[in-house]
Each structure stands twice: as structure tokens, then as C-alpha cells.
Design a protein around this ligand. Structure first.
Ligand SMILES: Nc1ncnc2c1ncn2[C@@H]1O[C@H](COP(=O)(O)OP(=O)(O)OP(=O)(O)O)[C@@H](O)[C@H]1O
Ligand SMILES: [Mg+2]
Length: 325
């Protein structure tokens, strides 16, 4: 998934006077910028004034030229919402061009989201550089991450069978990446206006640039009902399995803390090099969080260290550590 959801009574209503267009924020909700947002959300039908889009529009012809007509050679990845191509923008900047799968999201709503994202600027948040709307076609051009995603680096290219991880990261690199991610999240939660809950923090949405600068990508602004209650209690859980905060998975209640939990899962990935969910591992180890909690309990629980297992006659902690039959 990925995407964008705002978590405050936001600027959409407050922004007035200098808006370049009106968005009527209708009920359809077919995706944000990483596009997994498809839950029904109560929307306020009142027209809202949107601030101008702060990035250039790009035509389909220009995009075709940049990507060699969307050739396989230019393809750099594929997510659940479409393919991603490499291209050089008119400005000379390298870009990752996301061709979004066909969406029924109304154009004005899409443009309202582009407007909001276009004004987000932080050194640890991936910058939107351009956009294109042409009939049902939608494209977003983001700054190009020269070192791919953290997922690709730790676990191999996502979705590519047999893909190998990149060179092992040093501890210094890992700390720098974690710090960048934390700063990016802090920006979204505390400094961006309106504040943003990302909703899909995961290693494939943490992109790596030169010198191990990490930037957060693909937040979802699709669920931006002006009514905060509707926004924060959507009827369907978004995000990605393995990264969900338990309370979010169980109740669908969103808060910035859900993002912080997912960030914690990324930290565990950075520390262990393991995927959040890995079905190739033995049972009991497949969920990274559960496995780490077990290790933590084993290391620190006085009960496990001080009590003897009746069957084996050794401490419980040693008994747990024994191979299973
Ligand atoms: N800005 C970028 N710079 C460089 N590579 C990128 C960029 N954005 C995406 N990619 C590459 O394209 C792949 C697909 O990205 P996309 O965001 O569409 O999906 P995802 O985050 O991997 O997964 P999902 O769609 O399930 O959330 C990424 O894994 C990454 O390798
Ligand atoms: Mg992504």
C-alpha cells in the first residue's frame, strides 16, 4: 500500500483565497499515493478550496519520451498500485515515475492530494517532483532514490524471485538510516501542515539516497475526510501485514502511534536483517516481532532463569533453547 492520511482538522478547509481549484472530496476513495486506501469513509460533501499545486504538470508525451515509452529497460520496480519507471525530468533531475493503475478516483480529489503533497518539504521525506493527469491516466514523479529501498537492500528486490540483498550495512549506516526515518516521521507527524499519518511505514517505503540518507515515501492522503473522527476510525485496516500496530489491526483506529509501531518494526529489521514476516523460517520465528519478544522475555525473565523445567530438570530458559523434536 502506501499513501497519505491527514490527522488534524486540516488546511483544506482553512486554505482559502489563494486556491487554484476546488475539490469536492467525494466519497469514492480509490487510493492515495501508494494507493491501498480503499476503505469507505464518510466524506464531507462541501466544496473545499485547495492551495495551488507547487510542482509542474508533465504531459503523457513527455513521460513517454523520458521512459523510452515505458520500456522494460526503464522499469525500476512494481508495487501493488502500478509500475515505477526511471526518467530524467526537464529540470534535469532523475525521477521515479509511478504509473498508477487505473483509478476511479475523481480528478479533483487526486489533484487535491497532489497539491498537498507537493508542498511537503523535508530532507527525510521523498519529494514529489511532478504529476500527470490525462483522462483516467495518473502519474506521479518522485525524486529518484539512487540506492533503492531499504527492503531491497536488506532482503533483495521486492517481488523479484531469488533477488539477493545488497552489501551488508555497517552499524553506522544502520543508525544513520534509522535516524533519517525517525526525522522524516517526525516531520510528517509534527511539522507538516496538516499533520500526516503515513499509514504504511515499511522498509520498501524507506528509500535510500547517497551517503545513506533515508527518506520516507508513499504516504497516503486519500483518507482526508475533513471530519477527523471519520478519518481516524475508518472501517478497513490499511497498511502492510507484519507492520500493523495491534490496536490498529484490531480496531482500525489510527493514530500517529500506529506509524511509530511500524517504525519500530523497521528498527527490528535493521537490527536483525530479518523480514517482518518470513514463511521460510521455522514456526515460532516467522513473525519478527513475536520472535524478538520471545528472545527478550527469555533474556530478561527471572521466572525463566530461576525455575526448573519438571520434564528436563534444567532451567526453563535452557529448556526453551533446546531443539524441538
Ligand atoms: N523514488 C524512488 N526511487 C527509486 N526507486 C523507487 C522509488 N519509488 C519506488 N521505487 C522502486 O520501485 C519499487 C515499487 O515501489 P512502490 O512504492 O510502487 O511499491 P512498494 O512500496 O515496493 O510496495 P507496495 O505497493 O506493496 O506498497 C520499490 O520497491 C523500489 O524498488
Ligand atoms: Mg512504496
Amino acid at each position: 500500500m502506501s499513501c497519505f492520511s491527514c490527522c488534524e482538522e486540516d488546511d483544506i478547509h482553512k486554505a482559502s483565497g489563494n486556491g487554484s481549484f476546488m475539490a469536492n472530496t467525494p466519497a469514492s476513495n480509490t487510493g492515495g499515493y501508494g494507493y491501498k486506501a480503499r476503505e469507505a469513509v464518510t466524506r464531507d460533501p462541501r466544496p473545499v478550496t485547495i492551495q495551488p499545486i507547487a510542482i509542474p504538470a508533465i504531459t503523457v508525451d513527455e513521460l513517454k519520451e523520458m521512459t523510452d515509452n515505458f520500456s522494460m529497460k526503464s522499469l525500476i520496480g512494481e508495487g501493488s498500485y502500478g509500475r515505477v519507471y526511471y526518467g530524467i525530468l526537464k529540470s534535469g533531475k532523475a525521477a521515479a515515475i509511478k504509473k498508477l493503475d487505473s483509478s476511479k478516483q475523481p480528478e479533483q480529489e487526486f489533484l487535491a492530494q497532489v497539491s498537498m503533497v507537493s508542498r511537503l518539504k523535508d530532507e527525510n521525506v521523498v519529494q514529489l517532483l511532478g504529476y500527470c493527469v490525462d483522462g483516467s491516466l495518473r502519474f506521479l514523479a518522485y525524486e529518484y532514490a539512487s540506492n533503492g529501498s531499504l527492503h531491497d537492500r536488506l532482503h533483495g528486490k521486492k517481488g523479484v524471485k531469488g533477488a539477493q540483498p545488497g552489501p551488508v550495512l555497517s552499524w553506522t549506516q544502520r543508525v544513520k538510516i534509522a535516524y533519517g526515518a525517525a526525522k522524516g516521521l517526525e516531520y510528517l507527524h509534527k511539522k507538516a501542515h496538516p499533520h500526516i499519518i503515513h499509514r504504511d511505514i515499511k522498509s520498501s517505503n524507506l528509500l535510500l539516497f547517497d551517503d545513506d540518507v533515508a527518506k520516507i515515501a508513499d504516504f497516503d492522503l486519500s483518507n482526508q475526510a475533513p471530519d477527523a473522527t471519520a478519518r481516524l476510525h475508518s472501517t478497513r485496516v490499511l497498511g502492510t501485514f507484519g507492520y500493523h500496530a495491534p490496536e490498529y489491526a484490531m480496531t482500525g483506529t489510527l493514530s500517529s502511534k500506529s506509524d511509530v509501531y511500524s517504525f519500530g518494526v523497521i528498527l527490528l529489521e535493521l537490527l536483525t536483517g530479518r523480514k517482518p514476516v518470513d514463511h521460510t523460517l521455522p514456526r515460532g520465528q516467522q513473525s519478527l516481532v513475536t520472535w524478538v519478544l520471545l528472545l527478550f522475555n527469555i533474556s530478561y525473565s527471572p521466572y525463566l532463569h530461576n525455575n526448573i523445567c519438571f520434564t528436563c530438570n534444567i532451567t526453563i530458559v535452557d529448556c526453551i533453547g533446546q531443539p524441538q523434536n
